[in-house]
Design a protein around this ligand. Sequence first.
Ligand code: DC
Length: 221
Amino acid sequence: MKIAIDGPSGAGKSSLAKGIAKRYGIVYVDTGALYRAIGLYAQRKGIVLEKIGEICSLLGDLEVSLRYEEGEQQVFLFGENVSGLIRTPEISAYASAVSALPAVRSFLLETQRKIARETSVVMDGRDIGTVILPDADVKIFLVADDRDRARRRYEELCSKGLNASFEEVLSDMRKRDENDRERDIAPAIPAEDAVLLDNTGFTVEQTLNRALEIIEGKISK
Ligand code: DC
């Protein structure tokens, strides 16, 4: 079984995908973590956002991988577990910038497809239904009102003790979503056969229940 969950940041893709993975006993793959790890690498290499293309010449030596420890996905950069370092606003901006580079996207393509060939997955990202798994059994494009999405991100950052204002989170998120949606390669738009799920005002449980209805409906066909 292959399930694709795409949509903008903060729409609740990861909570939903985790719920689906648990329900069906399949593997949850958070593909954004791969772009974030490359973003972290670019930042560590001292590349500034305006010259992000410089990362392309370093991809030949780059090692990024996903592993599962006690059911939780961990992302490794040259063997170092960087899962705890990639969720800051700075690395979010780097991840969005590197994700617009065709060389980065083709570098990560096989890593993602390989996992889905080996096991049943629910994969979340921006181009899973359109590019990575065009033959997925179910494709859901999850959206929510942008203030709702920014509020979730804001609360997540506050709970980690990171300092940010709500307005800052909202404007960063709008900027990144625009980058992700407007880029030339693999833009974050729904696949033609994706089901749009707007979860504005929904709880995590309500979103999961609606998604399970969509999945059961598709699979029973
Ligand atoms: O889902 P996320 O916020 O962790 O993703 C980080 C960035 O990576 C985001 O700006 C979009 C990009 N991304 C992408 O282009 N394609 C994916 N499949 C996953 C993430």
